[in-house]
Design a protein around this ligand. Structure first.
Ligand code: FE
Ligand code: FE
Ligand code: ZN
Length: 277
C-alpha cells in the first residue's frame, strides 16, 4: 500500500483535512500543529477529532506526519527560545494523543555560532526532557539541507542526537529528499550507497516517513528550495525509485512541493501510477 499525501491547512480542523485528503487521492497528510511561524496551539475539538478518526478508518489512512512550527529552535543560544521549544513540543505531543499512533516531525534547529556539539547536546536534552514512555506518538528528526548553521546536515549529526536520547522507541527520522540531496547525498546516481550509509550510521528502519520533494538546486548546494516532482534537479525517475524501495514500504510519503491542491492531486496520481507495490 502506498500511503501518500501532502501538507494541508489545519485551520478548519481534522475532519476537513481528512475529507480534503480523500478528495485528492491521498491516504495520509501533514499539517502544522500550530501556526508555523507563531506561538500557541488551538485546543482540539473532540467532535471534529471523532469525525476525522472515522474518515481515516474508512479510507485506511496511513500514519499522519504532523510538523512542528518553524519557530521551534531546540538548540538556540537563547534560553527563552529553548524554553518555548520545549513547551511547544511537550504541548504538541500531548495534543497528538487525540489522534494516537502518528508521527510528529521537527527540525533539529540552528546552532548559530555555538558549534555543532553544543547544538546536538541541547537537542538531545530537549528530547530527554519532553519524551515520555506513555506517549503513542513517535517524534521524527528531519534530515536538513545544511543551510546556515542547521544541525542535521548529515546522517552523523542526526545519529549523534539520537544516541543521546533515552526513549529510543519514541524516536525516528523523516527523510526529506530535497534536503538530503541539497546536503550533498547523491540520491540520483548512488541511492544504494546513500541508504547503505544511512543504515550503517543510524539504521534504515529508523526512517519512519519521507518528505518527497524535488530540488531547484544541484546536489550539495545547501539551499533548501523545493521543486515540484520531476521539475527539479533530482527528477521524477529518482523519486519514483525512492517510493518503490522495499525498505520504505508502508511508510507515509508527504509532498512538500510548491503546489496548490490540484497540483498535489496530480502529483499523487502520477506517483500512484508509478508505484509497483
Ligand atoms: Fe520540515
Ligand atoms: Fe521537509
Ligand atoms: Zn525544506
Amino acid at each position: 500500500m502506498l500511503y501518500i499525501g501532502c501538507h494541508l491547512s489545519a485551520s478548519k480542523g481534522y475532519a476537513e483535512m481528512g475529507r480534503q485528503a480523500v478528495g485528492m487521492g491521498a491516504n495520509t497528510f501533514a499539517f502544522f500543529t500550530r501556526n508555523p511561524r507563531g506561538g500557541s496551539a488551538k485546543q482540539a475539538d473532540m467532535a471534529d477529532v471523532g469525525k476525522y478518526l472515522e474518515i481515516a478508518e474508512k479510507h485506511d489512512f496511513g500514519k499522519l506526519v504532523a510538523h512542528a512550527p518553524y519557530t521551534m529552535n531546540p538548540c538556540s543560544a537563547d534560553e527563552k527560545t529553548r524554553r518555548f521549544s520545549r513547551q511547544a513540543m511537550a504541548e504538541d505531543i500531548k495534543k497528538m494523543e487525540f489522534t494516537p499512533n502518528n508521527y510528529y516531525n521537527f527540525h533539529p534547529g540552528c546552532h548559530v555560532n555555538q558549534g555543532v556539539e553544543v547544538g546536538i547536546q541541547f537537542i538531545a536534552e530537549q528530547l530527554n526532557e519532553v519524551l515520555t514512555a506513555e506517549q503513542t506518538t513517535v517524534v521524527l528528526l528531519e534530515t536538513m539541507a545544511g543551510k546556515g548553521s542547521e544541525i542535521g546536515r548529515n546522517f552523523e549529526e542526526i545519529g549523534e542526537i539520537m544516541e543521546r536520547v533515552e526513549h529510543q522507541e519514541k524516536l525516528g527520522v523523516c527523510f526529506d529528499t530535497c534536503h538530503v540531496w541539497d546536503s550533498g547525498y547523491d540520491i540520483v546516481n548512488n541511492l544504494d550507497g546513500v541508504l547503505e550509509n544511512f543504515d550503517k550510521i543510524i539504521g534504515i528502519k529508523r526512517i519512519k516517513a519521507i518528505h518527497l520533494n524535488d530540488s531547484k538546486n544541484p546536489c550539495g548546494s545547501h539551499k533548501d528550495r523545493h521543486e515540484c516532482i520531476g521539475k527539479g534537479q533530482i527528477g521524477a525517475d529518482a523519486l519514483i525509485k525512492i517510493i518503490n524501495r522495499p525498505e520504505f514500504r508502508g511508510i507515509p510519503i508527504i509532498l512538500e512541493t510548491p503546489n496548490d491542491i490540484d497540483g498535489y492531486a496530480r502529483e499523487i496520481k502520477f506517483l500512484r501510477e508509478n508505484y509497483n507495490g
